[in-house]
Design a protein around this ligand. Structure first.
Ligand code: MSP
Length: 635
């Protein structure tokens, strides 16, 4: 499957949160697909960015005493910096606060309005701020809680503008049925189709209860409203190409692939195509929904305090190893539990053993027997069947990747490595050399070189730097021309001059402190233990109390200003007044849980928690034995 244009997108990330492994997962899959498309020679455009408007962002900024734009700038930069650190090959990083985006969204709103797809009406519903979504009474859990994230909803009554979603019901159903793979995986598609067949209600697409959003176009003349954040956000996929402003990149539309998490599939598979139909734009070719990374079976999220920091993992275990793990470990579309143990096992068995050893054995043998010069002339004489197997595997790979079966794609490549590894053991070239059968030993190495060359090309979208090293060790280059020759035409490499390299995939000998028996028992006893990973997710720091005062309206609470170093000064509300006066705390040190979600206590924001011990004699703060620098880590 060759595309001239290949446009692919990630969701744009909310800026109320720092990036975590879930965000990295979406972005790394997209980066892999973009690199594959480029390697094939497609004219590729890869878009990512940040979603910056809406009540959720407005509120999280307020909780920190910042204005929304400042807060958005700060967090958007965190995403961009991480993607740059990770070498994500995006062509554009869009922010929904960009001027062109705002103009594009207003142009789209205007077009929908002119077409009669937008009307004004009254709306009352149960609103979840966290998901920025309305739910019907029957959808709520226990009459109050959001069915998606479990947080309490509130009743919102507003005069709103509505989008005629119901008008597009039939067209959507036709699209689903005429385009087998428009939504991947198929199981997810079935859920979407069922939902739409159940009937669509018009969608409220403006809000008046907050201000942080894009205003309606001037000539609609209603400046009380801002545009619903999901309409604003979804349109990024076309405003990034210049929709409504400078449309020169609109030739990339429709997108070939839009990757999203399963939690936001409804927005992408129902609302988004309906908006596009209203704008008379063609629909995307594929929308692919992946599952969630969980910790102990729960979705990772900052509010649950169980997030895995992708930068920390990449720094500790190698970025490309981490990329491989993410794509290999869990079938696309399914949830997967993250553990360091599983990551290390993958690195050691797949990368160090199967791939790394194949490379070092190939180089070692070619050095010892043939001075690193390998000729391929007898390859088919001795390894015709092996090459046929490898060709067969090569042919099945692209459909697997385009079907988003990344784990299967990698599994098949590993079968290819298996053919070479097995052949080394069967042929035993060291014996052939002793028996004077040099041609057979040479043919065996030629087989290994060919397997490594194909693997290097096919794996380079996932591990670009490592695969460049593999390629140069076996004397060729990763480029479109070689991809065409070796992968599409399945031609063997001509002769090869190998070179020595240091081990590309060293084993990781880290001992993860999880005695299997204990883990089993802990599971049985309903999670009696927490893992070391989990423990370290709690950031404990030494803080110095700068100010302290009694909280109004409370006899138990004190409000402290605590210095956590590097200019990080927190307001912490602590229930310790029965044991400490405000004055006695100033200048003393305390131990702080630094990454708790800020919360309001008796109307005052608290940005951390103090550690204390309590018994029948009262409460005592836990403090360092001797003074430590503010911000020193505990643990
Ligand atoms: N801003 C919206 C998307 C708008 S797109 C027009 C949004 N942002 S998000 O930051 O909350 O999530 C972005 C992506 O990260 C989603 O695809 C989501 O599924 C993914 N992940 C967030 N947590 C995740 C995991 N724990 N695991 C895997 N991916 C998950 O939704």
């Amino acid at each position: 499957m060759k595309h001239d244009h290949f446009y692919l997108t990630t969701p744009i990330y909310y800026v109320n949160d720092a990036p975590h492994i879930g965000h990295a997962y979406t972005t790394i899959i997209a980066d892999t697909m973009a690199r594959y498309a480029r390697l094939k020679g497609c004219n590729t455009f890869f878009l990512t960015g940040t979603d910056e408007h809406g009540q959720k962002i407005e509120e999280s900024a307020k909780a920190r005493g910042k204005n929304a734009k400042e807060w958005a700038d700060e967090n958007s930069e965190k995403f961009k910096t991480l993607w740059d650190d990770f070498g994500i090959s995006y062509d554009k990083f869009i922010r929904t606060t960009d001027e062109e985006h705002k103009l594009g969204v207003q142009a789209a709103f205007q077009k929908m309005w002119d077409k009669g797809d937008i009307y004004k009406g009254e709306f009352e519903g149960n609103y979840c701020v966290s998901c920025e979504t309305f739910f019907t009474n029957t959808q709520l859990v226990n009459d109050e809680f959001c069915p998606d994230c479990g947080k309490p909803t509130s009743v919102l009554k507003e005069e709103n503008y509505f989008f005629r979603l119901s008008k597009y019901e039939k067209q959507l159903i036709d699209w689903y049925s005429q385009n087998e793979e428009c939504i991947l995986p198929k199981s997810k598609k079935n859920e979407v189709v069922k939902f739409v067949e159940g009937g669509l209600r018009d969608l409220s697409i403006t809000r008046t209860s907050f201000e942080w959003g894009i205003k309606l176009p001037d000539n609609i003349g209603d400046d009380k409203h801002v545009i619903y954040v999901w309409l604003d956000a979804l349109l990024n996929y076309v405003t990034a190409l210049g929709y409504g402003t400078d449309e020169k990149n609109m030739e990339y539309w429709p997108a070939n692939l839009q990757i999203v998490g399963k939690d936001i599939l409804k927005f992408h598979a129902i609302y988004w195509p309906a908006f596009l139909l209203s704008l008379d734009l063609p629909l995307p070719k594929h929308i692919a929904a992946h599952g969630w990374w969980t910790r102990d079976g729960e979705k990772m999220s900052k509010s649950k305090g169980n997030v895995v920091n992708p930068k920390e993992i990449a720094d500790a275990y190698g970025l490309e190893n981490f990329r491989y793990f993410l794509l290999r470990e869990v079938p696309f579309g399914q949830d997967g539990d993250f553990s360091r143990r599983a990551l290390i096992d993958r690195i050691n068995s797949d990368l160090a053993n199967d791939l790394g050893n194949l490379l070092s054995r190939t180089i070692g043998m070619s050095d010892k027997y043939f001075g690193l010069n390998i000729e391929l002339k007898d390859l088919y004489t001795y390894h015709k069947e092996d090459m046929a197997k490898i060709d067969e595997i090569t042919a099945c790979l692209e459909p697997l990747l385009y079907g988003m079966q990344t784990h299967r794609y990698l599994e098949e490549i590993w079968k290819m490595l298996g053919v070479a590894n097995k052949a080394i053991d069967t042929v035993a070239p060291w014996n052939k050399m002793k028996e004077g059968k040099e041609a057979e030993a040479m043919a065996l190495i030629a087989l290994c070189v060919n397997v490594l060359a194909r693997a290097a090309l096919l794996l380079s979208p996932i591990m670009p730097n490592k695969m460049n090293e593999v390629a140069s060790a076996i004397g060729f280059e990763i480029n479109t021309q070689n991809f065409e020759k070796l992968i599409y035409e399945k031609s063997p490499l001509a002769s090869s001059k190998l070179s020595k390299v240091t081990a590309l995939f060293p084993r990781i000998e880290e001992i993860i402190e999880e005695a299997p028996k204990q883990v089993e028992e802990a599971k049985k006893e309903e999670k009696k233990y927490v893992s070391i990973d989990h423990f370290f997710e709690t950031e404990l720091k030494v803080g110095t109390v700068l100010e302290a005062e009694n909280a109004p309206k409370s006899s138990k609470l004190l409000i402290l200003k605590v210095d956590l170093g590097d200019g990080d000064i927190r307001q912490i509300v602590a229930g310790i007044r029965e044991s400490y006066t405000a004055q006695s705390l100033i200048g003393t040190q305390v131990c702080v849980v630094a990454n708790l979600k800020p919360a309001k206590i008796m109307g005052v924001i608290s940005e951390g928690m103090l550690l204390a011990a309590k018994d029948a004699n009262g409460l005592t703060l836990i403090r360092p034995e001797t003074p430590k620098q503010s911000g020193s880590k505990i643990g």
